[in-house]
Design a protein around this ligand. Structure first.
Ligand SMILES: Nc1nc2c(ncn2[C@@H]2O[C@H](COP(=O)(O)OP(=O)(O)OP(=O)(O)O)[C@@H](O)[C@H]2O)c(=O)[nH]1
Ligand SMILES: [Mg+2]
Length: 491
Protein backbone atom coordinates (compact mmCIF):
# COMPACT_ATOMS: atom_id res chain seq x y z
CA UNK A 1 0.00 0.00 0.00
CA UNK A 2 2.51 2.55 1.19
CA UNK A 3 5.08 1.40 -1.36
CA UNK A 4 2.86 2.82 -4.15
CA UNK A 5 4.06 6.25 -3.04
CA UNK A 6 7.45 5.44 -4.52
CA UNK A 7 6.69 2.78 -7.07
CA UNK A 8 5.20 4.34 -10.15
CA UNK A 9 7.60 5.44 -12.83
CA UNK A 10 5.10 6.03 -15.64
CA UNK A 11 5.70 9.61 -16.79
CA UNK A 12 2.08 9.99 -18.01
CA UNK A 13 0.52 8.75 -14.83
CA UNK A 14 -1.05 11.77 -13.03
CA UNK A 15 -0.12 10.39 -9.61
CA UNK A 16 3.51 9.93 -10.66
CA UNK A 17 3.51 13.42 -12.01
CA UNK A 18 2.08 14.82 -8.80
CA UNK A 19 4.74 13.01 -6.81
CA UNK A 20 7.64 14.20 -8.95
CA UNK A 21 9.93 16.60 -7.13
CA UNK A 22 9.72 20.16 -8.43
CA UNK A 23 12.53 20.84 -10.95
CA UNK A 24 14.05 23.65 -8.84
CA UNK A 25 13.92 21.77 -5.51
CA UNK A 26 16.50 22.97 -2.96
CA UNK A 27 18.44 20.44 -0.83
CA UNK A 28 16.44 21.54 2.27
CA UNK A 29 13.10 21.12 0.44
CA UNK A 30 14.24 17.71 -0.81
CA UNK A 31 15.15 16.58 2.71
CA UNK A 32 11.74 17.80 3.99
CA UNK A 33 9.90 16.05 1.14
CA UNK A 34 11.72 12.78 1.72
CA UNK A 35 10.99 13.00 5.45
CA UNK A 36 7.29 13.54 4.71
CA UNK A 37 7.30 10.49 2.44
CA UNK A 38 8.96 8.45 5.13
CA UNK A 39 6.40 9.55 7.73
CA UNK A 40 3.55 8.75 5.36
CA UNK A 41 5.04 5.34 4.74
CA UNK A 42 5.33 4.66 8.47
CA UNK A 43 1.67 5.64 9.01
CA UNK A 44 0.61 3.44 6.13
CA UNK A 45 2.55 0.50 7.59
CA UNK A 46 0.92 1.04 10.94
CA UNK A 47 -2.53 1.05 9.34
CA UNK A 48 -1.67 -2.17 7.47
CA UNK A 49 -0.54 -3.76 10.73
CA UNK A 50 -3.68 -2.66 12.56
CA UNK A 51 -5.88 -4.11 9.82
CA UNK A 52 -3.90 -7.33 9.97
CA UNK A 53 -4.24 -7.41 13.74
CA UNK A 54 -8.01 -6.83 13.67
CA UNK A 55 -8.35 -9.49 10.97
CA UNK A 56 -6.44 -11.94 13.15
CA UNK A 57 -8.50 -10.97 16.22
CA UNK A 58 -11.67 -11.48 14.17
CA UNK A 59 -10.51 -14.94 13.04
CA UNK A 60 -9.47 -15.80 16.58
CA UNK A 61 -12.81 -14.73 17.96
CA UNK A 62 -14.64 -16.67 15.24
CA UNK A 63 -12.83 -19.85 16.27
CA UNK A 64 -12.91 -19.22 20.03
CA UNK A 65 -15.51 -20.52 22.41
CA UNK A 66 -17.89 -17.83 23.53
CA UNK A 67 -20.03 -17.95 26.64
CA UNK A 68 -22.64 -15.45 27.72
CA UNK A 69 -23.45 -15.07 31.42
CA UNK A 70 -27.06 -14.06 31.93
CA UNK A 71 -29.41 -13.50 34.84
CA UNK A 72 -30.94 -10.69 36.86
CA UNK A 73 -28.82 -8.21 38.84
CA UNK A 74 -27.00 -9.73 41.82
CA UNK A 75 -27.62 -13.26 40.55
CA UNK A 76 -23.87 -14.02 40.62
CA UNK A 77 -22.74 -13.57 36.98
CA UNK A 78 -19.58 -11.60 37.69
CA UNK A 79 -18.79 -13.92 40.59
CA UNK A 80 -19.04 -16.89 38.22
CA UNK A 81 -16.73 -15.14 35.78
CA UNK A 82 -14.15 -14.62 38.55
CA UNK A 83 -14.40 -18.33 39.39
CA UNK A 84 -13.72 -19.16 35.73
CA UNK A 85 -10.66 -16.94 35.74
CA UNK A 86 -9.41 -18.28 39.06
CA UNK A 87 -9.85 -21.91 37.97
CA UNK A 88 -8.53 -21.73 34.42
CA UNK A 89 -6.45 -18.58 34.15
CA UNK A 90 -5.09 -18.08 37.68
CA UNK A 91 -2.03 -16.06 36.69
CA UNK A 92 -4.18 -13.51 34.93
CA UNK A 93 -6.67 -13.50 37.82
CA UNK A 94 -3.94 -12.77 40.34
CA UNK A 95 -2.33 -10.10 38.19
CA UNK A 96 -5.40 -7.93 38.86
CA UNK A 97 -5.18 -8.16 42.63
CA UNK A 98 -4.18 -4.52 43.10
CA UNK A 99 -7.26 -3.21 41.33
CA UNK A 100 -9.51 -5.42 43.46
CA UNK A 101 -7.97 -4.07 46.64
CA UNK A 102 -9.71 -0.72 46.14
CA UNK A 103 -13.02 -2.44 45.35
CA UNK A 104 -12.87 -4.47 48.59
CA UNK A 105 -12.00 -1.30 50.51
CA UNK A 106 -14.92 0.49 48.85
CA UNK A 107 -17.25 -2.39 49.73
CA UNK A 108 -16.13 -2.15 53.35
CA UNK A 109 -16.57 1.63 53.40
CA UNK A 110 -20.08 1.23 51.93
CA UNK A 111 -21.08 -1.03 54.83
CA UNK A 112 -19.63 1.41 57.37
CA UNK A 113 -21.45 4.27 55.69
CA UNK A 114 -24.73 2.36 55.89
CA UNK A 115 -24.02 1.58 59.55
CA UNK A 116 -23.45 5.29 60.26
CA UNK A 117 -26.69 6.15 58.45
CA UNK A 118 -28.61 3.69 60.61
CA UNK A 119 -27.12 5.19 63.77
CA UNK A 120 -28.07 8.67 62.58
CA UNK A 121 -31.62 7.48 61.87
CA UNK A 122 -31.74 6.01 65.38
CA UNK A 123 -30.62 9.30 66.94
CA UNK A 124 -33.07 11.28 64.84
CA UNK A 125 -36.00 9.02 65.67
CA UNK A 126 -35.24 8.74 69.34
CA UNK A 127 -34.80 12.44 69.93
CA UNK A 128 -37.80 13.64 71.93
CA UNK A 129 -38.79 17.13 72.95
CA UNK A 130 -38.42 17.49 76.73
CA UNK A 131 -41.56 19.55 77.28
CA UNK A 132 -45.04 19.30 75.89
CA UNK A 133 -45.99 22.06 73.52
CA UNK A 134 -42.55 21.83 71.99
CA UNK A 135 -42.15 21.60 68.19
CA UNK A 136 -43.24 18.53 66.27
CA UNK A 137 -40.92 15.63 65.46
CA UNK A 138 -39.81 17.08 62.12
CA UNK A 139 -38.77 20.32 63.79
CA UNK A 140 -37.05 18.41 66.59
CA UNK A 141 -35.02 16.54 63.97
CA UNK A 142 -34.03 19.79 62.32
CA UNK A 143 -33.05 21.18 65.71
CA UNK A 144 -30.90 18.14 66.37
CA UNK A 145 -28.89 18.96 63.27
CA UNK A 146 -28.80 22.71 63.98
CA UNK A 147 -25.38 24.40 64.15
CA UNK A 148 -25.89 25.45 67.81
CA UNK A 149 -26.84 22.35 69.80
CA UNK A 150 -27.98 23.03 73.39
CA UNK A 151 -24.62 22.08 74.87
CA UNK A 152 -22.85 24.65 72.68
CA UNK A 153 -25.32 27.36 73.67
CA UNK A 154 -24.86 26.53 77.34
CA UNK A 155 -21.11 26.74 76.92
CA UNK A 156 -21.58 30.16 75.38
CA UNK A 157 -23.52 31.26 78.44
CA UNK A 158 -26.84 31.48 76.63
CA UNK A 159 -29.86 29.41 77.53
CA UNK A 160 -31.43 27.53 74.62
CA UNK A 161 -34.95 28.40 73.52
CA UNK A 162 -37.43 26.11 75.24
CA UNK A 163 -38.38 24.21 72.07
CA UNK A 164 -34.83 22.96 71.42
CA UNK A 165 -34.41 21.16 74.77
CA UNK A 166 -34.37 17.49 73.86
CA UNK A 167 -33.39 14.15 75.23
CA UNK A 168 -32.69 10.88 73.51
CA UNK A 169 -34.43 7.63 74.31
CA UNK A 170 -31.82 5.67 72.36
CA UNK A 171 -29.39 3.31 74.11
CA UNK A 172 -26.62 4.86 72.00
CA UNK A 173 -24.18 6.91 74.04
CA UNK A 174 -21.77 9.81 73.54
CA UNK A 175 -19.07 7.19 73.00
CA UNK A 176 -20.94 6.03 69.91
CA UNK A 177 -21.22 9.60 68.69
CA UNK A 178 -17.49 10.07 69.07
CA UNK A 179 -16.79 6.87 67.11
CA UNK A 180 -19.14 8.06 64.40
CA UNK A 181 -17.33 11.39 64.24
CA UNK A 182 -13.96 9.66 63.92
CA UNK A 183 -15.27 7.46 61.11
CA UNK A 184 -16.71 10.37 59.15
CA UNK A 185 -13.55 10.86 56.95
CA UNK A 186 -14.50 7.60 55.23
CA UNK A 187 -17.59 9.17 53.65
CA UNK A 188 -15.80 11.64 51.33
CA UNK A 189 -13.30 8.92 50.39
CA UNK A 190 -16.13 6.73 49.18
CA UNK A 191 -17.70 9.57 47.20
CA UNK A 192 -14.41 10.54 45.64
CA UNK A 193 -13.50 7.01 44.56
CA UNK A 194 -16.97 6.36 43.21
CA UNK A 195 -16.76 9.55 41.14
CA UNK A 196 -13.41 8.45 39.73
CA UNK A 197 -14.73 5.02 38.84
CA UNK A 198 -17.93 6.32 37.29
CA UNK A 199 -17.47 9.98 36.38
CA UNK A 200 -20.80 10.30 34.55
CA UNK A 201 -23.04 8.81 37.24
CA UNK A 202 -25.69 11.36 38.07
CA UNK A 203 -27.62 9.57 40.78
CA UNK A 204 -26.68 7.75 43.96
CA UNK A 205 -25.93 4.12 43.20
CA UNK A 206 -26.48 1.33 45.68
CA UNK A 207 -23.28 -0.54 44.90
CA UNK A 208 -19.83 0.11 43.63
CA UNK A 209 -19.95 -0.02 39.84
CA UNK A 210 -17.93 0.76 36.74
CA UNK A 211 -18.84 1.15 33.11
CA UNK A 212 -17.86 -1.83 30.92
CA UNK A 213 -14.66 -1.22 28.99
CA UNK A 214 -13.78 1.88 31.00
CA UNK A 215 -10.36 0.48 31.86
CA UNK A 216 -11.14 0.64 35.57
CA UNK A 217 -8.56 -1.98 36.50
CA UNK A 218 -5.77 0.11 35.01
CA UNK A 219 -7.19 3.23 36.63
CA UNK A 220 -7.29 1.60 40.05
CA UNK A 221 -3.85 0.04 39.74
CA UNK A 222 -2.57 3.56 38.91
CA UNK A 223 -4.49 5.06 41.81
CA UNK A 224 -2.98 2.59 44.22
CA UNK A 225 0.48 3.55 43.07
CA UNK A 226 -0.29 7.27 43.37
CA UNK A 227 -2.04 6.70 46.66
CA UNK A 228 1.08 5.19 48.08
CA UNK A 229 0.09 1.56 47.83
CA UNK A 230 3.70 0.52 47.77
CA UNK A 231 4.68 -2.56 49.76
CA UNK A 232 6.54 -0.32 52.21
CA UNK A 233 4.72 -0.20 55.53
CA UNK A 234 3.31 3.27 56.04
CA UNK A 235 2.26 5.16 59.10
CA UNK A 236 -1.52 5.34 59.31
CA UNK A 237 -2.00 9.04 59.32
CA UNK A 238 -4.70 11.18 57.82
CA UNK A 239 -2.89 14.44 58.40
CA UNK A 240 0.16 13.89 56.24
CA UNK A 241 -1.32 14.26 52.79
CA UNK A 242 -2.81 10.75 52.88
CA UNK A 243 -6.32 11.93 53.63
CA UNK A 244 -7.44 10.86 50.15
CA UNK A 245 -5.83 7.45 50.36
CA UNK A 246 -8.43 4.82 51.29
CA UNK A 247 -5.75 2.50 52.70
CA UNK A 248 -4.40 5.12 55.10
CA UNK A 249 -7.82 6.36 56.20
CA UNK A 250 -9.15 2.85 56.73
CA UNK A 251 -6.05 1.90 58.73
CA UNK A 252 -6.48 5.01 60.89
CA UNK A 253 -10.13 4.07 61.50
CA UNK A 254 -9.52 0.37 62.04
CA UNK A 255 -10.08 0.20 65.82
CA UNK A 256 -13.25 2.29 65.67
CA UNK A 257 -14.65 0.19 62.81
CA UNK A 258 -14.16 -3.01 64.76
CA UNK A 259 -15.41 -1.51 68.02
CA UNK A 260 -18.55 -0.09 66.42
CA UNK A 261 -19.40 -3.24 64.47
CA UNK A 262 -18.85 -5.49 67.50
CA UNK A 263 -20.67 -3.23 69.94
CA UNK A 264 -23.68 -5.09 71.43
CA UNK A 265 -25.74 -1.88 71.67
CA UNK A 266 -25.12 -1.15 67.97
CA UNK A 267 -26.03 -4.74 67.10
CA UNK A 268 -29.26 -4.40 69.07
CA UNK A 269 -30.14 -1.16 67.25
CA UNK A 270 -29.49 -2.83 63.87
CA UNK A 271 -31.66 -5.79 64.84
CA UNK A 272 -34.49 -3.62 66.11
CA UNK A 273 -34.40 -1.58 62.89
CA UNK A 274 -34.31 -4.85 60.85
CA UNK A 275 -31.08 -3.89 59.08
CA UNK A 276 -28.93 -6.89 58.16
CA UNK A 277 -25.65 -5.46 56.89
CA UNK A 278 -24.36 -9.02 56.44
CA UNK A 279 -26.90 -9.49 53.63
CA UNK A 280 -25.52 -6.54 51.67
CA UNK A 281 -23.55 -7.56 48.57
CA UNK A 282 -19.85 -7.12 49.22
CA UNK A 283 -20.06 -7.51 53.00
CA UNK A 284 -16.60 -7.34 54.60
CA UNK A 285 -17.24 -5.91 58.09
CA UNK A 286 -16.35 -9.23 59.73
CA UNK A 287 -12.94 -8.97 58.03
CA UNK A 288 -12.27 -5.34 58.97
CA UNK A 289 -9.31 -6.22 61.24
CA UNK A 290 -7.53 -7.78 58.27
CA UNK A 291 -8.64 -5.34 55.56
CA UNK A 292 -8.24 -1.99 57.35
CA UNK A 293 -4.45 -2.22 57.46
CA UNK A 294 -1.67 -0.51 55.56
CA UNK A 295 -0.41 -3.70 53.94
CA UNK A 296 -3.72 -5.28 53.01
CA UNK A 297 -3.59 -7.59 49.98
CA UNK A 298 -6.89 -9.18 48.94
CA UNK A 299 -7.04 -12.96 49.04
CA UNK A 300 -8.54 -14.94 46.16
CA UNK A 301 -11.70 -15.31 48.26
CA UNK A 302 -11.87 -11.54 48.86
CA UNK A 303 -11.69 -10.90 45.12
CA UNK A 304 -14.41 -13.43 44.41
CA UNK A 305 -16.65 -11.95 47.10
CA UNK A 306 -16.06 -8.30 46.17
CA UNK A 307 -19.18 -6.68 44.77
CA UNK A 308 -18.81 -4.60 41.63
CA UNK A 309 -22.03 -4.04 39.74
CA UNK A 310 -21.71 -4.53 35.98
CA UNK A 311 -23.02 -1.84 33.67
CA UNK A 312 -23.29 -2.74 29.98
CA UNK A 313 -21.50 -5.78 28.57
CA UNK A 314 -17.92 -6.71 29.41
CA UNK A 315 -15.88 -8.95 27.14
CA UNK A 316 -13.28 -11.10 28.89
CA UNK A 317 -10.84 -13.00 26.72
CA UNK A 318 -8.69 -15.57 28.32
CA UNK A 319 -6.42 -18.37 27.36
CA UNK A 320 -6.81 -21.68 29.14
CA UNK A 321 -3.66 -22.11 31.21
CA UNK A 322 -4.36 -25.83 31.83
CA UNK A 323 -6.89 -28.65 31.29
CA UNK A 324 -8.22 -29.90 27.96
CA UNK A 325 -6.96 -27.78 25.05
CA UNK A 326 -4.51 -25.60 26.98
CA UNK A 327 -3.84 -22.43 25.06
CA UNK A 328 -7.37 -22.39 23.62
CA UNK A 329 -9.08 -19.04 23.65
CA UNK A 330 -12.33 -18.41 25.44
CA UNK A 331 -14.46 -15.33 25.50
CA UNK A 332 -16.86 -14.77 28.34
CA UNK A 333 -19.36 -11.96 28.14
CA UNK A 334 -20.51 -10.66 31.50
CA UNK A 335 -23.56 -8.42 31.36
CA UNK A 336 -25.34 -6.04 33.69
CA UNK A 337 -28.49 -7.79 34.90
CA UNK A 338 -30.74 -4.93 35.97
CA UNK A 339 -33.68 -4.20 33.72
CA UNK A 340 -32.22 -1.16 31.97
CA UNK A 341 -29.17 -3.26 30.97
CA UNK A 342 -31.11 -6.12 29.38
CA UNK A 343 -31.65 -4.63 25.90
CA UNK A 344 -27.84 -4.60 25.59
CA UNK A 345 -27.71 -8.42 25.74
CA UNK A 346 -29.38 -9.05 22.39
CA UNK A 347 -26.48 -8.22 20.00
CA UNK A 348 -24.51 -11.04 21.64
CA UNK A 349 -27.11 -13.73 20.99
CA UNK A 350 -26.18 -14.83 17.50
CA UNK A 351 -22.53 -15.78 17.99
CA UNK A 352 -22.20 -17.74 21.21
CA UNK A 353 -21.98 -21.43 22.01
CA UNK A 354 -23.37 -21.45 25.52
CA UNK A 355 -25.30 -19.39 28.03
CA UNK A 356 -24.82 -19.86 31.74
CA UNK A 357 -28.01 -18.59 33.29
CA UNK A 358 -27.80 -17.66 36.96
CA UNK A 359 -31.03 -18.02 38.91
CA UNK A 360 -30.94 -17.72 42.70
CA UNK A 361 -34.05 -19.28 44.27
CA UNK A 362 -34.82 -15.98 46.01
CA UNK A 363 -38.53 -16.68 46.41
CA UNK A 364 -38.85 -14.17 49.27
CA UNK A 365 -36.99 -11.17 47.79
CA UNK A 366 -37.95 -8.34 45.47
CA UNK A 367 -36.00 -6.70 42.66
CA UNK A 368 -33.96 -3.70 43.67
CA UNK A 369 -35.09 -1.76 40.60
CA UNK A 370 -38.78 -2.59 41.12
CA UNK A 371 -39.82 -3.50 44.63
CA UNK A 372 -43.15 -4.88 43.37
CA UNK A 373 -41.50 -7.68 41.37
CA UNK A 374 -40.48 -10.92 43.03
CA UNK A 375 -36.91 -11.94 42.19
CA UNK A 376 -37.69 -15.56 41.46
CA UNK A 377 -40.65 -14.65 39.24
CA UNK A 378 -38.38 -12.27 37.35
CA UNK A 379 -35.76 -15.01 36.88
CA UNK A 380 -38.36 -17.45 35.55
CA UNK A 381 -39.73 -14.82 33.18
CA UNK A 382 -36.21 -14.14 31.86
CA UNK A 383 -35.48 -17.87 31.51
CA UNK A 384 -38.66 -18.31 29.43
CA UNK A 385 -37.58 -15.51 27.10
CA UNK A 386 -34.12 -17.03 26.68
CA UNK A 387 -35.50 -20.55 26.06
CA UNK A 388 -37.86 -19.42 23.31
CA UNK A 389 -35.56 -16.96 21.54
CA UNK A 390 -35.02 -18.25 17.96
CA UNK A 391 -31.52 -16.71 17.82
CA UNK A 392 -30.54 -19.02 20.67
CA UNK A 393 -32.16 -22.19 19.30
CA UNK A 394 -28.79 -23.94 18.89
CA UNK A 395 -27.16 -22.49 21.98
CA UNK A 396 -26.46 -24.74 24.97
CA UNK A 397 -28.29 -23.41 28.00
CA UNK A 398 -26.81 -24.19 31.41
CA UNK A 399 -28.84 -23.25 34.46
CA UNK A 400 -27.06 -22.42 37.73
CA UNK A 401 -29.51 -22.48 40.63
CA UNK A 402 -27.21 -20.14 42.51
CA UNK A 403 -26.95 -18.87 46.08
CA UNK A 404 -27.88 -22.29 47.47
CA UNK A 405 -26.19 -21.25 50.73
CA UNK A 406 -28.66 -18.38 51.04
CA UNK A 407 -31.61 -20.65 50.25
CA UNK A 408 -30.42 -22.96 52.99
CA UNK A 409 -30.17 -20.11 55.51
CA UNK A 410 -33.56 -18.70 54.45
CA UNK A 411 -35.34 -22.04 54.95
CA UNK A 412 -33.43 -22.68 58.18
CA UNK A 413 -34.73 -19.32 59.46
CA UNK A 414 -38.25 -20.74 59.08
CA UNK A 415 -39.32 -18.66 56.08
CA UNK A 416 -42.03 -20.64 54.32
CA UNK A 417 -42.11 -20.93 50.55
CA UNK A 418 -45.89 -21.26 50.36
CA UNK A 419 -46.28 -17.83 51.92
CA UNK A 420 -44.72 -16.37 48.76
CA UNK A 421 -45.57 -19.10 46.24
CA UNK A 422 -49.03 -20.46 47.15
CA UNK A 423 -48.78 -23.19 44.49
CA UNK A 424 -46.00 -24.80 46.55
CA UNK A 425 -48.74 -25.96 48.92
CA UNK A 426 -47.92 -28.25 51.82
CA UNK A 427 -44.73 -29.79 50.48
CA UNK A 428 -41.85 -30.00 52.95
CA UNK A 429 -40.10 -26.67 53.42
CA UNK A 430 -36.59 -28.07 52.98
CA UNK A 431 -33.78 -27.43 50.51
CA UNK A 432 -34.21 -30.68 48.65
CA UNK A 433 -37.95 -30.34 47.98
CA UNK A 434 -37.85 -26.61 47.31
CA UNK A 435 -34.96 -26.99 44.84
CA UNK A 436 -36.67 -29.85 43.03
CA UNK A 437 -39.93 -27.91 42.77
CA UNK A 438 -38.32 -24.89 41.14
CA UNK A 439 -35.82 -26.89 39.07
CA UNK A 440 -38.75 -28.78 37.54
CA UNK A 441 -40.38 -25.48 36.66
CA UNK A 442 -37.21 -24.30 34.86
CA UNK A 443 -36.89 -27.69 33.16
CA UNK A 444 -40.54 -27.62 32.04
CA UNK A 445 -40.21 -24.21 30.39
CA UNK A 446 -36.94 -25.27 28.76
CA UNK A 447 -38.63 -28.31 27.24
CA UNK A 448 -41.84 -26.59 26.21
CA UNK A 449 -40.41 -23.35 24.84
CA UNK A 450 -37.14 -24.37 23.14
CA UNK A 451 -37.59 -23.96 19.34
CA UNK A 452 -35.88 -27.35 18.88
CA UNK A 453 -35.08 -30.19 21.29
CA UNK A 454 -31.93 -29.70 23.38
CA UNK A 455 -30.53 -31.13 26.59
CA UNK A 456 -31.24 -29.47 29.91
CA UNK A 457 -28.11 -28.87 32.01
CA UNK A 458 -28.35 -27.55 35.52
CA UNK A 459 -26.22 -27.23 38.65
CA UNK A 460 -26.89 -26.21 42.22
CA UNK A 461 -24.21 -23.63 43.03
CA UNK A 462 -22.93 -21.24 45.67
CA UNK A 463 -20.42 -19.44 43.52
CA UNK A 464 -18.81 -17.64 46.48
CA UNK A 465 -17.47 -21.08 47.37
CA UNK A 466 -14.54 -21.24 44.97
CA UNK A 467 -13.64 -24.86 45.65
CA UNK A 468 -17.01 -26.44 44.89
CA UNK A 469 -17.51 -24.03 41.98
CA UNK A 470 -14.16 -25.00 40.43
CA UNK A 471 -15.29 -28.64 40.30
CA UNK A 472 -18.57 -27.66 38.65
CA UNK A 473 -16.83 -25.41 36.14
CA UNK A 474 -14.49 -28.18 35.02
CA UNK A 475 -17.57 -30.21 34.03
CA UNK A 476 -19.20 -27.18 32.40
CA UNK A 477 -16.06 -26.42 30.43
CA UNK A 478 -15.74 -29.98 29.14
CA UNK A 479 -19.43 -30.04 28.21
CA UNK A 480 -19.23 -26.78 26.29
CA UNK A 481 -16.03 -27.87 24.57
CA UNK A 482 -17.57 -31.17 23.52
CA UNK A 483 -20.71 -29.46 22.16
CA UNK A 484 -18.53 -26.96 20.30
CA UNK A 485 -16.32 -29.63 18.74
CA UNK A 486 -19.41 -31.59 17.74
CA UNK A 487 -20.94 -28.53 16.12
CA UNK A 488 -17.84 -28.00 13.98
CA UNK A 489 -17.78 -31.76 13.21
CA UNK A 490 -14.44 -32.40 14.86
CA UNK A 491 -15.89 -35.28 16.89
N1 LIG B 1 -23.90 -15.96 49.65
C1 LIG B 1 -23.74 -15.91 48.33
N2 LIG B 1 -23.47 -14.74 47.75
C2 LIG B 1 -23.32 -14.74 46.42
C3 LIG B 1 -23.41 -15.92 45.62
N3 LIG B 1 -23.19 -15.57 44.33
C4 LIG B 1 -22.95 -14.25 44.33
N4 LIG B 1 -23.02 -13.74 45.58
C5 LIG B 1 -22.84 -12.36 46.01
O1 LIG B 1 -23.88 -11.62 45.42
C6 LIG B 1 -23.43 -10.32 45.05
C7 LIG B 1 -23.75 -10.09 43.59
O2 LIG B 1 -22.97 -10.95 42.78
P1 LIG B 1 -22.47 -10.50 41.33
O3 LIG B 1 -21.72 -11.65 40.78
O4 LIG B 1 -21.81 -9.19 41.40
O5 LIG B 1 -23.88 -10.35 40.61
P2 LIG B 1 -24.15 -10.00 39.07
O6 LIG B 1 -25.13 -11.00 38.58
O7 LIG B 1 -22.88 -9.87 38.33
O8 LIG B 1 -24.87 -8.60 39.23
P3 LIG B 1 -24.93 -7.37 38.16
O9 LIG B 1 -23.55 -7.07 37.74
O10 LIG B 1 -25.57 -6.26 38.94
O11 LIG B 1 -25.81 -7.83 37.04
C8 LIG B 1 -21.92 -10.30 45.33
O12 LIG B 1 -21.72 -9.62 46.56
C9 LIG B 1 -21.55 -11.74 45.47
O13 LIG B 1 -20.48 -11.94 46.38
C10 LIG B 1 -23.70 -17.15 46.29
O14 LIG B 1 -23.82 -18.22 45.70
N5 LIG B 1 -23.86 -17.07 47.64
MG1 LIG C 1 -21.96 -8.31 37.40
Amino acid sequence: MASSLFASSDADDPLSKALQPPPDESPADRARRLQQLKDAQAISHKIDEDIQESRKAFERRKKAIKILLLGQAESGKSTTLKNFQLAFSPQHFRSERTAWRTIVQLNLIRSIKRLLEVLQEEWDDSTQPLRTGAPDKGKAKAAALAPNPPSALAAAGRSPPKATVRFSTSPLTDQHRRMRMRLSPLVPIEEQLTRRLLPDANDRLQDVCVRAGSGWKGLLAGLQQDGGASKEPRRPSTADGKKDDPTAVLAACRDDIIALWEDPVVRAVLKRRAVRLQDMPGFFLNDAARIATMNYEPTDEDIVRARLRTLGVEEHRFTMESGALPGSEWYIYDVGGSRNNRPMWIPYFDDIQAIIFLAPLAFNLMLEEDSKVNRLEDSIMLWKEICQNPLLAKTTLILFLNKMDILQATLAAGIRVNKFVPSYGDQPNDVQHVTKYFRDKFRGYHKRLSPQARSFYWHETSVVDTRSTAAILVGVREGILRAHLQSVNVI
